[in-house]
Design a protein around this ligand. Structure first.
Ligand code: ANZ
Length: 934
């Protein structure tokens, strides 16, 4: 084939790669390893659009580049295959989610294969396969069987804790746990089996406990915070309420400090690290215990500002706080109940975001100020979150703006104490820490940091408070009332949860008749008939959340077929962790936090060699769509071209706001902003009778805008179509050419032609128009070599800093220059092919073989720039007369000063500017400038 036939080249090369099994990798201790990973996709029914492969192409470039540089590269792919859409579809149609998922996976694979990725598909994983989720369940059991020892600062086996309880009780145990109870060995031994298990649940890293969840009765499931908006479920807009439910959770909070510290050792973007830091939300402050007037209970608050204690106007509890019902007075009881009910429909996120609407309710109870002995009224309010700190605060209007607004809302609180010297807090709180305290007893005259320390010392001395570091991070609720997820490997004996023995794994998903919750609101798995452990004990019926399978999948790729372990020690020791990870930044506080957490647990328990899963992380931007809208006159069948719309409206006494409705046109019907009117009419039967008012050139112009790529906006571009028209190489190059990888940018198919011309130009260097192969073994000129080596240097640098768009323009410049030089020497063009290979794998492999390259181009070595060829041997000097730049001239760099002087003075322009005056001296700086002084 001597004429460029892209489809045929792709087919031939694909067959060659598959015959050679070119992408298969093995552990190979003779080579350094490099692990490149994409976040694996959820195979949705819609398939891939051109936005999805952006990250995959970038990581494929890195993979091929690293291979060519001599690394043993692990570059796998798989599917995050459990998830809601397949289950929703199953509810609607009765089709088993496994079938939908399988179909979607096949479609994804077909699409991915077209783009020429270097994945080792023999390592594919699917989270919904029981051979995979067996190990997800196994890891859950490791979490269940571990506790966090604050002394050794790591997770340890629960048997060791039990052994300790047997001998010493829990007296000198420092654990991250959810109980305050202390007991001796004798107490422990007296406990029943069921009581012991209840105690252990307070320590296990996977545990069952009452937690507040966003419960949606209509959907019959708990929802995550980001699945709720304004008190309604995002999906279906059903009311959501806060419910205290017995739920499985995982104790990620034990790892808060290590998750924070670990960020220092990894190469992730600052913005990603900041999101994780904010999410973990470390605060240093104190617990303070306030006595109550008529009850023996105490209210414990968390504060970052113990220094402001003399400014406390009231105590505020979260409406869900456990003391509320106990301390509420009879008079206030009804109002408190109404307020509690009102709060239960709001999600925590809405409650903390809403700073405008202040509300609250007095409980009728009073606390006692620990230093002044004054009575302090106790309120409840929804700006206090049950799950943060202790769910209770001491409200200081002079120092906290939410407390200030709260005090403004209740006339009886308006007269609060201002504890800051020389600051007016009548209109707003003073949140600066650069002030001195006043009206504050023993803290008077101290600045804020001094006062914080002094106050904590005093609280600790009196035994009514202690220093405390708090984290905003919450233990993640782990159970979902869903079918299409991993069954939690737990069974119940006398209502006590036990982990399945490892030999019983996997616990496979049972078949059920319907994918809905049961009539009594139990999760779908409760429908399974005769589904019991040993035929006797009920299994847990919730399933794991979407992020379970993705929290460890990168380990499975190292040894995906292993039936005895999640991965062998040999594979783990060789591949260690991910060197280069790429995916969307929307996973900042979900997946990217959980996979760090799970890795740390596995590390503590001695199963994996690294504490951090991914050394370097890159977040690719989004590719947006350009959507097109047609202006239609409301209630009429008339559409008006966008460029004459204003005129039309004026003539008819209309205005855009009231009289125009914009309707989407499919992106395929629009070229250079002009609508294919006939196409539009036949696209949608509703539009068949539309009348289109065009401009004077008889064109119909649409309004265009950049939006998220989405089916509903008709702006989705399918990569299959682009590949079919331009070829995979062109598609890959163009995606990279669109702009810096980490930025979001619109997809504009029009721009692809330039890249397509580049590929043709490259081809022309190898074959002329008659189809003759042009490549020779002749020696290239120094100029030609210089062009190549400049390109080599730039590509090496730019790939290293992931600047792929500038690589593409460098290739374009290089091919243009080499074409002008009529370059046809293998000595230049073969290295060029290797350089270009990571970006355009098909054509480079093909041409490499035509040039007689041995085997696959992937076995070649990435070229190094020859420094001696990068040195310039002449320079274009700016020439000044008396300091003013007048002209420029090119001189060889090895010319002596005397020779330069002679040449410069001979120049006609220089003579003109000298105006006959004699030259006094010439200032000459080699490689920089020449100045003639008269
Ligand atoms: C008194 C005080 C005085 C406070 C002052 C601040 C300024 P971060 O930094 O986010 O940890 N707080 C404590 N628990 C809360 C809860 N469950 N819901 C809402 N707010 C809560 O903030 C800690 C501060 O947030 C605490 O310090 C407390 O208000 C409030 F001049 O206590 B502060």
């Amino acid at each position: 084939m001597n004429e460029l036939n892209i489809a045929q080249i792709e087919q031939e090369i694909k067959a060659f790669w598959s015959k050679e099994d070119i992408y298969r990798v093995h552990e190979d201790s003779s080579k350094p390893k490099y692990y490149v990973l994409d976040m694996f996709p959820y195979p949705s029914g819609a398939g891939l659009h051109v936005g999805h492969p952006l990250g995959y192409i970038a990581s494929d470039i890195v993979s091929r580049y690293k291979r060519l540089k001599g690394f043993n590269v692990l570059h796998p792919m798989g599917y995050d295959a459990f998830g809601l859409p397949a289950e929703q579809y199953a509810i609607q149609t009765g089709q088993h989610p496994a079938i939908t998922t399988q179909k979607n996976i096949l479609h994804y694979r077909e699409q991915l294969d077209k783009i020429g990725f270097s994945y080792d598909w023999s390592r594919e994983v699917r989270t919904c396969d029981s051979s995979y989720y067996k190990w997800t369940q196994w890891i859950f059991i490791q979490l269940f069987n571990s506790w966090y020892n604050n002394k050794s600062n790591k997770a340890e086996p629960i048997e060791e804790l039990i052994a300790h309880f047997e001998i010493k009780g829990n007296i000198d145990i420092k654990a991250h746990c959810s109980t305050q109870e202390t007991f001796s060995a004798a107490d422990w031994k007296q406990k029943t089996e069921s009581e012991k298990q209840q105690v252990l649940l307070n320590y296990r890293l996977a545990y069952l406990a009452n937690s507040w969840v966003n419960w949606c009765p209509a959907l019959g499931t708990a929802l995550a915070n980001d699945e709720v908006k304004d008190g309604l479920s995002v999906r279906g807009s059903h009311p959501v309420e806060q419910r205290l439910m017995k739920q499985w959770s995982t104790r990620i909070t034990a790892y808060a400090e290590r998750l924070l510290q670990g960020l220092e050792s990894i190469d992730w973007s600052d913005s990603m690290k900041d999101s994780q830091r904010n999410w973990i939300g470390k605060s240093e402050g104190a617990y303070i215990h306030f006595s109550l007037k008529t009850f023996k209970h105490k209210i414990k608050v968390f504060t970052t500002r113990p220094d402001t204690i003399f400014g406390v106007a009231c105590m505020v509890l979260a409406p869900e706080h456990e003391l509320v019902d106990t301390i509420t007075s009879i008079e206030q009881s009804e109002a408190v109940q109404i307020y509690k009910k009102k709060t239960s429909s709001k999600s925590e996120r809405d409650r903390s975001a809403d700073v405008k609407n202040i509300s609250g309710c007095f409980t009728g109870a009073y606390a006692i100020h620990p230093f002044t002995g004054k009575e302090i009224p106790v309120y409840i309010a929804d700006y206090i979150l049950a799950s943060y700190g202790t769910g209770a605060v001491m409200a200081v209007p002079s120092g906290d703006s939410r407390d200030h607004r709260f005090a403004q809302h209740f006339p009886e609180l308006a007269d609060f104490v201002n504890v800051f010297e020389g600051v007016d807090v009548s209109l707003s709180a003073c949140e600066s820490k650069d002030v001195k305290l006043t009206h504050s007893g023993f803290l008077n005259g101290l600045n804020v940091p001094e006062a914080i320390n002094r106050c904590i010392e005093e609280l600790e001395k009196r035994g009514i408070g202690e220093r405390k570091i708090n984290y905003r991070l919450r233990d993640a609720v782990f159970g979902r009332q869903r079918y299409w997820g991993e069954p939690i490997p737990i069974y119940y004996k006398n209502e006590v949860p036990y982990a399945l023995p490892e030999s019983e794994l996997p616990l496979t998903l049972p078949e059920i008749d319907k994918f809905l919750p049961t009539e009594d609101g139990e999760p779908p798995l409760a429908r399974a008939v005769d589904w019991k452990y040993q035929g006797l004990y009920e299994y847990e019926t919730t399933t794991m959340p979407g992020w379970a399978g993705s929290s460890w999948y990168f380990f499975r790729y190292m040894d995906p077929k292993n039936q005895k372990e999640f991965a062998s020690n040999v594979a783990l020791a060789y591949w260690k962790n991910i060197d280069f990870y790429i995916g969307g930044s929307e996973h900042a506080t979900g997946h990217l936090l959980y996979f760090r957490f799970w890795t740390k647990v596995l590390y503590d328990l001695g199963f994996v060699p690294c504490e951090e899963p991914a050394q370097r992380l890159v977040n690719q931007g989004m590719i947006q769509g350009i959507s097109s809208q047609v202006a239609r006159i409301k209630g009429r069948s008339i559409c008006v071209s966008n460029d004459v719309l204003e005129n039309y409206l004026e003539q008819h006494g209309m205005n855009e706001k009231d009289d125009v409705q914009f309707i989407y046109a499919d992106i395929r019907l629009v070229h250079h902003q002009k609508l294919d009117v006939e196409g539009m009419r036949s696209w949608n039967p509703e539009y068949a009778t539309l009348q289109f008012i065009c401009n004077e050139n008889r064109e119909f112009v649409v309004r265009q805008m950049v939006e998220k790529m989405s089916k509903s906006k008709y702006n989705v571009v399918n990569p299959d179509e682009v590949v079919a028209e331009y070829g995979a190489d062109c598609f890959r190059l163009y995606e990279m050419f669109l702009g810096p990888i980490e930025l979001s940018k619109p997809w504009d198919t029009q721009g692809i032609d330039g890249v397509s011309r580049f590929i043709r130009k490259l081809w022309r260097m190898f074959f002329n128009e008659q189809g003759q192969f042009l490549i020779t073994t002749d020696k290239p000129s120094r100029d030609t070599l210089k062009v190549l080596h400049r390109c080599i240097k730039k590509i090496n640098e730019d790939i290293e800093r992931l600047s792929f768009n500038t690589c593409v323009s460098t290739f374009m410049i290089c091919v243009n220059e080499l074409s002008t030089l009529k370059c046809n020497q293998a000595e230049v063009l073969k290295p060029l092919l290797v350089l270009l290979h990571p970006f355009a794998p098909f054509i480079t492999e093909y041409l490499w073989q035509r040039c007689g390259g041995s085997g696959s181009i992937l076995h070649a070595t990435f070229p190094f720039a020859d420094g001696s060829l990068l040195v310039e041997n002449s320079f274009e000097y700016p020439i000044s007369i008396n300091g003013k730049m007048r002209t420029k001239a090119n001189f060889p760099l090895d010319l002596s000063q005397a020779e330069i002087e002679r040449e410069v003075l001979k120049m006609e322009v220089v003579q003109k500017w000298l105006e006959g005056k004699p030259m006094k001296k010439i200032i000459f700086v080699k490689g920089r400038m020449i100045n003639v002084v008269t």
